[in-house]
Design a protein around this ligand. Structure first.
Ligand SMILES: *Cc1c(COP(=O)(O)O)cnc(C)c1O
Length: 395
């Protein structure tokens, strides 16, 4: 599937000691789960985020599955989440026996609209799974307050939110549980990888068991039992040392990676300002109390047709810009399994108008200028042909 784009949407990269650490892992002679590199990654993330326990996993999907199992759902239980998210948020919940209830998003941050959560809470509601879109925090104060009032679990899908914070607290550290991704398209990468953030210490023992194939291996390693055995229904949720070795090289350079992404984001933001002033596009919004990791840069156009035409015209210029989530409530499985108690007008209006621009560690300013130039040329042609502004009112 290697398409010849001059400017791809994403390119994996190496910043530090990734390859050196992989060689070291091989030399040390332990490549299975929970060796020294996996441990080091966990400790580094704990120190930086203030999360008491970060358990590395093979993916954010695996972390969400673990989190959903820890919620101990029963058939008929409901979980509130946005429809504008990746399938894993919902599939983890469904696999654990519960039903996703889709709630609309805010038009400014595209995060779960906290003002619509309460009307979706019913007698079977057990949890809220907020998703921090683009590494910008959801309104967690309100969400945690609602969860406390209604005795609900909060699991943060912080796949995109590693090294970002909400009112000074790391994303992933605020709910009982959080899930991180180190997939090659995220900020800090190892190909496929993730982590489970365990903020509620009462959940830690079972988290280890479920992650260790349903065994009490952790107790055995700590000398608490003489043998380890099958004690719960878990799975294999530990990553290989090879993967963790690569990841450690990236995590050690988190600040450099974030700073680079901030510059890339800022370039797009500044150079697309004029198009926004002319009412042709809308740029992303970051509330002041949110510190983002600049995970992605998206543009909202005034219609799906224009979005698709821009995508097409960029592709012809060798630039790969891509759309994002297909809302889950309209997907083949989501339609069938999910619950939608209220309409989702913002999700349905924004998702088809959104385009993500190329963003990766090694993108050059010249490449970014090419992307901006192509979008500008297209919209100039478009608006002069129409002779009118194609402005629309955001949402
Ligand atoms: C990327 C992503 C995931 C899945 O992460 P993997 O590590 O690929 O499993 C889940 N949720 C959201 C919001 C994501 O962006």
């Amino acid at each position: 599937m290697k398409v010849e784009y001059q400017i791809p949407f994403n390119l994996p990269f190496i910043v530090g000691k990734e390859l050196h650490y992989i060689a070291q892992a091989v030399t040390l002679g332990q490549l299975g789960g929970d060796g020294p590199f996996t441990q080091k990654c966990g400790r580094l993330l704990e120190e930086r985020s203030g999360i008491p326990n970060v358990l590395l996993t093979p993916s954010c999907t695996a972390s969400l599955e673990l989190a959903a199992l820890l919620c101990k759902f029963e058939p008929g239980d409901e979980v509130i989440m946005p429809s504008f998210t990746f399938v894993s948020t919902a599939s983890a919940v469904v696999r654990a026996g519960a039903t996703p209830v889709f709630v609309d998003i805010r038009s400014d941050t595209l995060n779960l609209d906290e003002t619509l959560i309460e009307e979706a809470i019913g007698p079977r509601t057990r949890a809220i799974f907020p998703v921090h879109y683009a590494g910008v925090g959801c309104e967690m104060d309100k969400i945690i307050h609602l969860a406390k009032t209604h005795d609900l679990m909060v699991v943060e899908d912080a796949a995109q939110g590693v090294n970002a914070s909400y009112r000074g607290r790391a994303l992933g550290s605020i709910g009982q549980l959080g899930a991180y991704s180190f997939h090659e398209t995220k900020n800090y990468i190892c190909g496929e990888g993730g982590a489970l953030c365990v903020n509620d210490s009462a959940l830690l023992h079972r988290a280890h068991i479920l992650r260790d194939k349903g065994t009490n291996r952790q107790d055995f390693m700590q000398g608490k039992v003489r043998k380890y055995e099958w004690v719960d229904i878990g799975s294999s949720y530990t990553p290989s040392e090879l993967v963790s070795a690569f990841l450690l090289g990236q995590l050690e350079e988190m600040d450099r990676i974030s700073e680079k992404r901030r510059c890339i984001y800022q370039y797009y933001f500044n150079h697309l300002e004029d198009l926004e002033k002319r009412g042709l596009i809308r740029r992303p919004f970051i509330p002041e109390h949110c510190m983002t990791n600049y995970h992605l840069f998206y543009v909202l156009f005034s219609s799906e047709t224009i979005r698709d035409s821009v995508e097409e015209s960029l592709a012809q210029a060798g630039i790969q810009a891509i759309t994002h989530f297909e809302p889950l409530h309209n997907s083949p499985v989501g339609r069938h399994i999910g619950i939608q108690k209220h309409p989702l007008p913002v999700t349905e209006s924004l998702a088809p108008r959104l385009l993500r621009l190329p963003m990766f560690f090694n993108i050059s300013e010249a490449q970014q200028a090419g992307v901006v130039g192509e979008i500008t040329r297209f919209l100039d042609r478009f608006s002069s042909r129409r002779g009118v502004s194609v402005a629309s009112s955001g949402a």
